[in-house]
Ligand binder design. Sequence first.
Ligand code: BEZ
Length: 211
Amino acid sequence: MAIRIGDTAPDFTAETTEGPIRFHDWIGDHWAILFSHPKDFTPVCTTELGYMASLKPEFEKRNVRVIGLSVDPADSHKKWAADIEETQGHALNFPLIADADRKVADLYDMIHPNASDTFTVRSVFVIGPDKKVKLTLTYPASCGRNFDEILRVIDSLQLTSNYSVATPVNWKHGEDVIIVPAVSDEDAKQKFPKGWKTLKPYLRVTPQPNK
Ligand code: BEZ
């Protein structure tokens, strides 16, 4: 069955390029990104993993741990890592799950047989420290993902988990946010001391509260 936003992320044990893990223990009190790539030694995946490695300082700032997965064995992942560093200029700095028996891929529904019955699609799961799924994305093998967008979503998730706000179209960290309709104007006076603009009774815009 598909994994949906709000579900508890299924726990598992797995072999990775950094040794064995139990997923929930590995997440600990961090946020996590679990993402699959179709296959080692393939061009789009090589660019994706190099870029993900380059974002490490951004993930650290946000208390996010990253873990990749494909249905290749660990020795293949390790050999491929040299190509990623050589061609992308960034060495892998996060673990890759070696899911040769497809245990995790099946658990997370990462193999879509009408696309390929052999390889995983490009899935992304963002998981909170409470182990709940906060975001799911699925891309086809032919299209590399935009990992800057994943960072943007994490900024939004971390903000909205602490404040009664939502983020508007194309929002970026530092820009104005929306006061959720469940908050009355009376309560908003306390929660949003910087004030707000009312464009419609249901559309109230306020500066990002933690800036
Ligand atoms: C790639 O990463 O380039 C790729 C992998 C599987 C199918 C198509 C492209």
